[in-house]
Design a protein around this ligand. Sequence first.
Ligand SMILES: [Fe+2]
Length: 387
Amino acid sequence: MDFMQFHAPTKIVQSPGLLTSGENEFSTYAGRRAIVISDQVMASLDVPEKLIRTLAVAGVKVGIVYTEVPQDSDLQVVSHVAELGRNCGANMLVAVGGGSVIDTAKAANILLNHGGELKDYQGYQLLTEPLYPLVVIPTTIGTGSEVTPIAVIADHEEMRKLSFVERFITPELALLDPEITYTLPPKIAAATVMDALTHAIESYTCLEHNPMSDMYAVQAIQLILSEIVSGTSPEFDHDARAKLQLASTIAGVAFANSMVGGVHSLAHALGGVAKVPHGVANSIVLVAMLRYNFDAIEDRLAHLARAVSLNGAGDDSEAAKALLFHLTEIQALLHELTGLPTKLQDVGVRKDQFAEIIDRALEDGSTIYNPKELTSESLMAILEEIY
Ligand SMILES: [Fe+2]
């Protein structure tokens, strides 16, 4: 390793009921004017309404509430949100929603401060000054977006996803209220937690891992593997759900300070070409990619296996294999309990799409961090295996 840095600037608070009782956390922002950003699902559950009452108690004015962020937010939405914020004189942003809502807020914060076209800010660490404070309340478990410096926004005209990586778009405060996640359907909860697990495992095994990101990755993996079944099944346990929510945030800190790898390369490509939901794609790809990477990461997988008390007495190879077997068992159990798909053919992927999926995966930004080189042939073999 010739370089490392670690940046985790977000204050993280977790408590059931924060949405309605988190006024103390907002009091730092008293006197500011907020734009509240959310989506229709949250609006139908009165979540923005409850948030506005909490903000009012804290003395935060609400300039405007925007609840139209779509699943796959794009340049037009971001530009519209920034304009609404500018028109009402907003000097802070509060996002309550999933990854798309949070990423919209992050990107809109750039335009709210600097104006112009979002496309012009595409890239890596172009900003030199802090933006307005952004507070986020994630309503799903998995993306880690509440603690990362990354926003992904669609450019539907060019049919591309644009990435913005800026330390200044990282949320200042993340409020984790487990109660908000109680309405997540089990299949979606399971898929999104598999995304978080993939963040942690890829963070730990990719080429950019470092001792500090490792620390977060291991903790996230321990929590997720011990709670994923009880926290996502239809009769889920509330305490397990809260642990998974925190684990997802911890995994976000881990990969924000290392990278991800080939599982995400393929998941991004499967999402782009065949509209496979991100968590589902990660879940389907994970074990096959780890098996492909096996000889390059055997010692790291063995360490993870022992960290979760699997086959501690065996040699590295045995311990690493025990971890992969355990992951396969978990996937089978989640499939049984929640209907989480385990094969590409179950999510509408066609074999005639493989060539395009492979091309996109090879171009993906995560590919160069995979611990073993990815080739067209190796990706084809993985796709055939998980079809
Ligand atoms: Fe992900």
